[in-house]
Design a protein around this ligand. Structure first.
Ligand code: PMP
Length: 425
């Protein structure tokens, strides 16, 4: 295994070299969005200063170069997640982010339910009495598109509950997934408890009844090696900005044969073979069918560089480094009056830890630690049902990335240790 200098990795993130409120910045909010290494920042700016042009059209040299860079980035992302990339077999669709990818699916399934997309799309059609299964731990960007899809089609939304410590309870998958289930949409890693879902039994139960599996891979992409073919999920969505890439861009994985059968969800330029005034248009094959309009080209190119950055460090090293950070982060649990919402053992989890400080509102906790230079997230983290499970509306959340150090965690633990005395809780 390659030896890494984590200091050298951290030094690649210019934003971290600053002070806030006179204290060195300790960034522990990577689950919201990760900071960007210089190589990603440079890739975006170099694209604009050297080859900026529209892709897939135009006979000029810059258009040719930007098309190559765009498609190479798609290939890099496909390899990063264990998907196909060969021309005509692409399995990666560019989106505006995970939320956009999940909405794309809900919209496309909704169109299929209206009979759009021809006979191939009937496999995605939902009818009264059909069931869509999510989990109690879902981010609203999974829950709400699926809830809306259910409302539009007359399907029923069901959910796999979480265990007491906030893991998706896969032992319940077989009872929640029934012969009526058409879609199962779950997260790989939760953005609240940091727990890693054992995806295999869910995929097995879903496929047994012919349901399609949608994986929210947002919080997994920066922390775990992804292999879509090995996971055997049907679709997966993630955002570049959580994996050290740019904002405004994400990717939707789909098994090739499913992408080919899926109806278009947004309509416009660059996704159509033939368009007429007096008869229906003929749409292009995937991925173009799902990429109407000018794409975030520079951001896609820089996302490829972000994937390369992660691959270069290697997930074995990343997991080891972050495991050590998580071990120390879990010490939060031993501070009097602090309760971790989620597993307190350091297995099958990443370094995202939600916690509650008894008697102190999360916004007060957030401001108090911010005054010490420590950035954490407070609120419901767009996952209200799992907060309800823990009996709270909001929480504090610290989350690590490749650039964090043990002293970052110590700074947080120190700051949190002072909260209750300060607020006389
Ligand atoms: N799912 C999970 C688990 C997330 O953490 C997030 C981002 N908070 C999303 C989906 C949505 O990602 P985005 O806001 O980048 O579309």
């Amino acid at each position: 295994q390659q030896e890494h200098s984590w200091d050298a990795i951290r030094a690649q993130f210019p934003i971290l070299q600053q002070t806030v409120h006179g204290k060195p910045l300790v960034y522990l909010d990577s689950a919201a969005t990760a900071q960007k290494p210089q190589c990603v920042i440079d890739a975006e700016s170099q694209f604009y200063s050297t080859i900026n042009a529209g892709v897939h059209r135009g006979a000029h040299e810059l258009a040719a170069r930007s098309t190559v860079a765009f498609e190479q980035a798609r290939e890099r992302i496909a390899k990063f997640i264990g998907a196909s990339w060969q021309e005509g077999e692409e399995e990666v669709v560019v989106t505006a982010g995970a939320t956009a990818g999940l909405n794309l699916l809900a919209t496309a399934f909704g169109y299929a339910s209206l009979g759009r997309g021809g006979s191939a799309a009937t496999r995605f059609a939902l009818h009264e009495g059909d069931e869509i299964v999510v989990s109690e731990a879902e981010h609203h960007s999974v829950l709400l598109p699926m809830q809306e899809l259910a409302a539009r089609t007359g399907a029923t939304l069901r959910w796999i509950p979480v265990t007491q410590d906030g893991r998706i309870d896969v032992t319940r998958a077989h009872e929640v997934i029934t012969a009526r289930t058409r879609i199962v949409a779950v997260t790989y890693v939760t953005n609240v408890t940091g727990s890693i879902t054992d995806v295999a039994p869910i995929v097995q139960a879903a496929h047994q009844v012919g349901a399609v599996v949608i994986l929210d891979a947002c919080q997994a992409a920066p922390h775990l090696a992804l292999d879509m073919h090995a996971l055997d999920v049907d679709f997966a969505a993630f955002s570049a900005h959580k994996m050290y890439g740019p904002t405004g861009v994400g990717f939707l994985y789909g098994k090739r044969e499913l992408l080919e059968a899926l109806p278009a969800a947004t309509f416009g330029g660059s996704m159509v073979e033939l368009a007429w005034l007096d008869k229906p248009a003929q749409y292009m094959a995937p991925p173009a069918r799902f990429e109407a309009g000018t794409q975030p080209i520079a951001q896609v190119v820089a996302s490829g560089v972000a994937a390369e950055f992660l691959d270069h460090i290697g997930f074995a090293a990343i997991e080891q480094h972050e495991h050590a950070l998580t071990e120390r982060l879990l010490q939060l649990d031993s501070i009097p009056g602090v309760r971790i919402l989620g597993p307190t053992e350091n297995t099958q989890r990443i370094g995202t830890v939600a916690f509650e400080v008894e008697g102190v509102h999360p916004h007060d906790v957030g401001q108090f630690v911010d005054a010490q230079g420590v950035a954490i997230r407070v609120g419901h983290h767009c996952a209200q049902p799992i907060h309800r499970h823990f009996g709270v509306f909001a929480s504090n959340r610290a989350s690590v990335g490749v650039y964090n150090t043990l002293s970052d965690i110590d700074a947080l633990v120190d700051a949190v240790s002072g909260v209750r005395a300060f607020f006389k809780a």
